[in-house]
Ligand binder design. Structure first.
Ligand code: SF4
Ligand code: SF4
Length: 160
């Protein structure tokens, strides 16, 4: 049995093939889709304007992402009911993750926030670069202080 089914937390080894290579991220932002279960769901596929995401038939197929087609537009991030899609970006010397966030108040550009792992552990602090809304979901881009955090930061918490 996959370990995440008992822990509820995806591990790096369970995301093999899902994470864009570092060389790709140096060019421009790219999505990472951390969705591995066979569930009847495909709004990510329908939201992508360039056809980079394929679920296909049956609809229970886990989504597959074509890293080269992805433009990093973020249209898929706010439509995923599982909050399972993120953008990673190493272009132009930046180290940025864009993530869905559903807690209020909405973080604003310039805010310092705590960086959380998939397990909710605090990994450090980062700075909000921008926030936009997609329905009830905020899509928040955060600058990280170190590249190694890019692979593990998947949530934020506002500092008190
Ligand atoms: S970020 Fe944009 S281009 Fe990339 S997979 Fe999502 S919707 Fe498609
Ligand atoms: S919308 Fe989210 S939960 Fe649904 S298939 Fe796409 S990535 Fe998975």
């Amino acid at each position: 049995m996959a370990e995440y089914r008992s822990t509820g937390i995806l591990m790096g080894s369970e995301l093999a093939g899902k994470v864009p290579p570092r060389e790709r991220l140096l060019k421009r932002a790219c999505a990472v889709i951390e969705c591995v279960e066979e569930i009847p769901c495909n709004p990510c596929e329908e939201a992508c304007p360039v056809g980079a995401i394929s679920v296909g038939d049956p609809i229970t197929n886990p989504p597959n992402l074509d890293f080269d087609k992805c433009t990093g537009c973020g249209a898929c991030v706010g439509v995923c009911p599982g909050l399972a899609i993120f953008l990673l970006d190493l272009s132009g010397g930046s180290v940025r993750v864009t993530l869905p966030h559903e807690l209020l108040p909405v973080p604003q550009a310039g805010d310092e926030v705590e960086l959380l792992s998939r397990a909710g552990e605090v990994l450090g602090r980062g700075t909000v670069v921008r926030t936009r809304r997609a329905g009830t979901t905020s899509i928040v881009t955060v600058e990280l202080p170190a590249e190694e955090l890019l692979w593990d930061v998947r949530a934020i918490r506002r500092s008190s």
